[in-house]
Design a protein around this ligand. Structure first.
Ligand SMILES: Cc1ncc(COP(=O)(O)O)c(C=O)c1O
Length: 374
């Protein structure tokens, strides 16, 4: 194929996704500018109400990012120095960063080979007197094994925090992720399934006490109306503009997730006969395909073949947390981490986003087939 016939297919394209609703976004943005209220006003309140209703949770608290949501959730649980938090070593860096942010020690354990998610047996085996919580990450938009994880956490009397950064709208047994654990944490980073026009995040919980604590902690620890700082908090609140952008997009989230599932189905169907290990499905979960991640022993070759054809791919994530001293710090690392080690060598994320055109989808399919026909 000659250079000029090459299509460029990005891994994600927030501009393509947002272009279709640009008028509504611009209108909502102007309204906030004209309101004169830019922090903790009616837009944040309205989005929090709508998001709580969307996931089916009693409370939602807007935060400045997904990392802040996780950090505030751990702080609200009273977790700090001397405590341990179990999390999968195969995850995005911010999951571990949140544990470090509160001064606790990460305990890095293995994931299930098929689901890429926290292995409940590994949680059980990693238990110790200092463990106060586990973080289940719904990686790539696929819900973790919540029934087993809840059972381990309840029996060990530790908290369960859900990292739903990649899973807005995903369901487990028909119920939204984020509503199973003590707190659920979302990221609205621009490429996420529900993406802001900048950074934003959210904590959901059914506990009034925890919700009030997260609210206080996101604004320096202030208690209105006296502004007395009962405890040391952060500056980690969602701003009005991002809330307004998210309120435009939230009503579209189900449709956008449906489209993601359609594209994922197209890939899974088209690649069924190829020697590629495709995302496993499971009747109990409704994933939202934040990422479509295939596995192959020829990952590096497929990756560079696709790159030469203009198809952008990703590795989510090439290095486990336990191999990154800056994130792991003085983590406790119970072995084995068999699945985690292997996954990092084999995973490849293919382009998938709401605004993907039929031509782009077909081109990705053709390009992957072309690799195996060589
Ligand atoms: C699994 C996971 N956890 C946490 C985060 C942190 O979210 P944010 O980038 O909004 O801080 C991300 C996003 O990058 C993520 O993918």
């Amino acid at each position: 194929m000659s250079e000029d016939t090459l299509l460029q297919v990005p891994l994600a394209d927030p501009l393509a996704d947002n272009r279709a609703i640009a008028d509504a976004l611009n209108g909502a943005c102007s309204k906030v500018i004209g309101s004169g209220r830019y922090i903790l006003g009616t837009e944040v309140e309205a989005f929090e109400r709508a998001f709580a209703e969307y996931v089916g949770s009693a409370f939602a608290i807007g935060t400045a990012s997904g990392t802040d949501a996780l950090t505030l959730a751990l702080l609200a649980l009273g977790i700090g120095p001397g405590d341990e938090v179990i999390l999968p070593s195969h995850t995005a860096g911010p999951t571990a960063a949140a544990v470090r942010n509160v001064g606790a020690t990460p305990v890095l354990v293995d994931v299930e080979d098929e689901s890429f998610n926290l292995d409940p047996r590994a949680v059980e085996q990693a238990m110790g007197p200092a463990v106060k919580a586990a973080i289940a990450v719904h990686l790539y938009g696929r819900p973790a094994n919540l029934e087993a994880l809840l059972s381990v956490c309840r029996s060990q009397r530790i908290a369960l925090v859900e990292d739903c950064a990649q899973a807005a709208g995903a369901k487990y047994d028909g119920r939204s992720v984020g509503t199973f654990g003590d707190l659920g944490c979302f990221s609205f980073y621009p490429t996420k399934n529900l993406g802001a026009i900048g950074d934003a995040g959210c904590v959901v919980t059914s506990s009034k006490d925890l919700s009030e604590r997260v609210k206080r902690l996101r604004t320096y620890g202030w208690t209105k109306p006296q502004f007395a700082e009962l405890e040391f908090g952060r500056c980690a609140r969602m701003d009005e503009i991002q809330a307004a952008m998210l309120s435009v997009k939230l009503p579209l989230l189900n449709e956008w997730n449906d489209r993601r599932r359609q594209i994922a189905d197209r890939y899974s169907h088209a690649f069924a006969d190829l020697p590629l290990n495709l995302p496993a499905t499971d009747d109990r979960t409704q994933p939202v395909y934040h990422l479509y991640v295939a596995r192959t022993g020829q990952r590096d070759q497929l990756e560079s073949f696709l790159m030469d054809r203009g198809v952008q791919t990703g590795r989510h994530y090439p290095y486990p947390i336990h191999a990154q001293p800056g994130l792991a710090g003085s983590a406790r690392i119970p072995k084995p981490l068999t699945a985690t080690e292997q996954i990092g060598l084999e995973i490849l994320s293919l382009p998938l986003f709401y605004g993907m055109t039929e031509t782009q989808i077909e081109y990705v399919v053709e390009s992957v087939h072309a690799f195996y026909k060589q």
